[in-house]
Design a protein around this ligand. Structure first.
Ligand SMILES: [Zn+2]
Length: 108
C-alpha cells in the first residue's frame, strides 16, 4: 500500500480516521468496492471509493482508490476509508490480505 501512496498522505488519512471524518460508508459487494463520504479539512464532503481485488482463495487486497476531490486518485480521503477498515481489525489488510468474508463482516 505504501508503494502506491506516499507516507504523508497515509499519515493524513490515519489522522482523519482518528478524528472520525468518515461520515458514511457502505460495501459494494459486486464491485468489491468500499464507498464512503468523508468530511475534508476544507469543510467540503468528498466521496472516495476504495477498490479491492481478489488475491485468490477468500482474500482481498487493496487495488486502487478514486475520489471526487482535486487529487482524484489514491488521495487522503481514500486512505481515510481504508484506515477505518484497518482500525476495525488488527489484521494487516494491505499485506497478506484479510479473509474476504471477514472484511465483509466488518464492513456491513
Ligand atoms: Zn479525495
Amino acid at each position: 500500500m505504501l508503494a502506491v501512496v506516499d507516507n504523508r498522505s497515509y499519515a493524513r488519512g490515519v489522522r482523519y480516521a482518528e478524528q472520525h471524518a468518515v461520515v458514511r460508508m457502505h460495501w459494494d459487494d459486486p464491485e468489491n468496492a468500499r464507498a464512503g463520504t468523508v468530511h475534508g479539512r476544507d469543510g467540503d464532503f468528498y466521496q472516495p471509493v476504495a477498490y479491492f481485488r481478489e488475491l485468490g482463495g477468500a482474500s482481498l487486497g487493496f487495488a486502487k482508490g478514486k475520489c471526487d476531490c482535486p487529487v482524484s486518485f489514491n488521495c487522503e480521503h481514500v486512505l481515510t476509508t481504508m484506515q477505518e477498515v484497518k482500525m476495525m481489525d488488527e489484521g494487516n489488510l494491505f499485506g497478506a490480505g484479510l479473509n474476504a468474508e471477514r472484511i465483509r463482516e466488518l464492513l456491513t
